[in-house]
Design a protein around this ligand. Structure first.
Ligand SMILES: *[C@@H]1O[C@H](CO)[C@@H](O)[C@H](O)[C@H]1NC(C)=O
Ligand SMILES: *[C@@H]1O[C@H](CO)[C@@H](O)[C@H](O)[C@H]1NC(C)=O
Ligand SMILES: *[C@@H]1O[C@H](CO)[C@@H](O)[C@H](O)[C@H]1NC(C)=O
Ligand SMILES: *[C@@H]1O[C@H](CO)[C@@H](O)[C@H](O)[C@H]1NC(C)=O
Length: 538
């Protein structure tokens, strides 16, 4: 799900999940609220000395190895309530990108912090952004400390100490609410599952917690079926879009098979260098497919650069609809017209600047995007990576038949790239897949336009594990800043989420007496400054 997408890279490499999938895209709503966030001067960049390995002790070393974990704090809204009781902590569980992306994009936290009197903290995931255990591009040095388990332990450790060491013990009993989108949403839900004494509740937006081959009933094709749904009239796109995209890919695949066909494809697609063989033509097809992936994940009702990653050139509102306007060609249209239409539809992303002369696929191909720390996460714990791995049928979706999901192809890639073999069932064993019967205080939200909803918790589990559906929502739309173009379903979702957050905070407050073993837990104790170290967490 999820690597950071840079347009230059998008032109030359396949998308990864967060590049496309789990990839957190950066969204910058038109109002430039990011600048507001940064200019209010409340955000402080900090580093925490974090333990490198939470699960092993190195022998015969003076000190266990550590690294500097980056986080941002804003205390401006952190209130003293009645009796000096401190407000909650809103904690964003950073995912696979520079954490500033989430600082910038997570309007839900910024728009609610004041009303809740919350302390805000955004923590950066190890191996991403500036949180590099072994210097720049730490994944190239030694990726072996990059696991979900280490990341969750980082967050628990940091929060634990932040509370225990807060001045005057003021944060000691502040309930922590975890927020996250995409992979960050998975982490926030799993924080609640694994560290419930640290996390009072979790808002898990567009979290594909079941995107793992080991989860019973896993059907990766579903991802592309939802991408295809976004291109239908039911989702607001031109009625002929799906049919024409499918036809265009069919022609493209036919032309790929012979030299003259590839020559005409190269011209029709305006490629900088001609397709030399069928493998390159296949890579071009995946590259085009990747654009539709981006349009679906980023199918927001407002213009946004979260996907285009170019603040000066955001994608249009409803980018899938915009792309589909290019697919409106008559029935008798020649194959060449359809392929040009497909090129222009993809150009809504790849030519977002409007100044691309030709498309450079030189380094593209199904394997080109499969590198970096996210690929390691795919190759070990199989964190989502839809392209080119989640297959299509060409029947239930608008692409072409890519055969079944093939774990042996993935294993071969992973052995070659990293010398490891993925564990298809680990996530299900560790976190339960879709089985949240034994968890509490989690809200899972999913958007009907978001292909990652294929692997989300879509129905209510219990009174306190709640599923919210946002039919007109793309990838974690509910976390974004509110805008006048928001569909009512997302407005309602945000209200419901924050009402649940309020109830978890109240629940935490109501139960804290018993957690203190009968000791009087008056607010004076919390703010007196006498319990600022270990005892505050007793
Ligand atoms: C976050 O927003 C600031 C202010 O607009 C901008 O300078 C910065 O590049 C953004 N960072 C990311 C990662 O989006
Ligand atoms: C990119 O967009 C511009 C402006 O619409 C257009 O002139 C140019 O041909 C496009 N580039 C490609 C490769 O299609
Ligand atoms: C998976 O890919 C391998 C290597 O290309 C191939 O031999 C095998 O038949 C494929 N398996 C399936 C189920 O398609
Ligand atoms: C889950 O329950 C809530 C009420 O607590 C309701 O608003 C919501 O629609 C339910 N979700 C689903 C998917 O039915």
């Amino acid at each position: 799900m999820f690597r950071q997408l840079i347009i230059a890279v998008a032109l030359s490499a396949m998308f990864t999940a967060d590049a496309i999938a789990l990839a957190p895209r950066r969204i910058r709503p038109k109002l430039h609220r990011n600048d507001a966030v940064w200019s209010q001067g409340c955000l402080i960049e900090k580093y925490y000395k974090q333990r490198l390995d939470h699960f092993h002790f190195q022998r015969d070393v003076p000190e266990q190895p550590s690294f500097q974990q980056r986080y941002f704090v804003c205390e401006k809204y952190w209130s003293n309530g009645p009796g000096g009781v401190r407000g909650p902590i809103f904690f964003y569980a950073g995912n696979e990108a520079n954490v500033e992306l989430y600082v910038n994009a997570t309007g839900l936290i910024w728009e609610n912090a004041q009303a809740f009197g919350a302390l805000i903290i955004f923590v950066e995931h190890r191996y991403y952004g500036k949180t590099q255990p072994f210097g720049p591009d730490s994944w190239q040095v030694d990726p072996s400390y990059l696991t979900v388990e280490q990341a969750l332990a980082d967050y628990a450790t940091l929060l634990w100490h932040l509370k225990a060491d807060s001045p005057g013990g003021g944060a000691a009993d502040s309930p922590v609410i975890a927020f996250g989108g995409s992979y960050g949403g998975m982490l926030s839900a799993w924080m609640r599952v694994k560290y419930p004494h640290v996390i009072a509740g979790a808002v898990a937006a567009s979290a594909p917690v079941a995107a793992f081959p080991g989860v019973p009933g896993w059907r990766p094709q579903r991802f592309w079926e939802i991408v295809t749904y976004d291109a239908t009239a039911a989702a607001g796109s031109a009625p002929e879009c799906v049919t024409n995209v499918r036809l265009a890919f069919g022609y493209l695949r036919q032309l790929s098979r012979f030299a003259a066909g590839r020559a005409s494809l190269s011209a029709l697609l305006r490629l900088c260098s001609p397709l030399e063989d069928e493998a390159q033509a296949l890579a071009a097809a995946y590259w085009l497919q990747g654009a539709f992936d981006a349009f679906a994940m980023g199918n927001y009702p407002f213009s946004s650069s979260y996907i285009s990653d170019n603040p000066d050139h955001p994608l249009p509102a409803w980018p899938m609809r915009a792309a589909c306007t290019h697919m409106v060609v008559g029935r008798a249209t020649k194959p060449s017209n359809l392929i040009e239409a497909l090129r222009d539809a993809a150009g809504v992303l790849y030519n977002v600047t409007g100044d691309v002369q030709c498309y450079d696929l030189e380094t593209s191909g199904p394997a080109a995007g499969n590198q970096g720390p996210w690929d390691y996460q795919w190759c070990t714990e199989l964190m989502g990576q839809e392209l080119p791995y989640y297959p299509t049928t060409g029947v239930t979706d608008m692409f072409w038949d890519q055969g079944p999901f093939n774990l042996s192809v993935i294993e071969a890639h992973c052995r070659e790239a990293w010398g490891v073999t993925p564990r298809p069932d680990w996530s299900a064993i560790a976190y339960g897949g879709l089985d949240y019967r034994y968890a509490s205080n989690i809200v899972f939200s999913n958007g009907g336009y978001d292909p990652w909803s294929a692997f989300g918790v879509l129905s209510n589990v219990s009174d306190s594990v709640v599923a919210i559906s946002i039919p007109e929502g793309a990838h974690h739309l509910d976390l974004m800043y509110s805008t006048p173009s928001d569909p009512p379903s997302v407005v309602a979702a945000r209200q419901q989420e924050m009402a649940l957050v309020r109830s978890w905070i109240a629940q935490h407050r109501a139960t804290r007496h018993s957690s203190r073993g009968g000791e009087s837990a008056s607010s004076d104790v919390l703010s007196s400054g006498s319990t600022s170290t270990g005892s505050s967490s007793s």
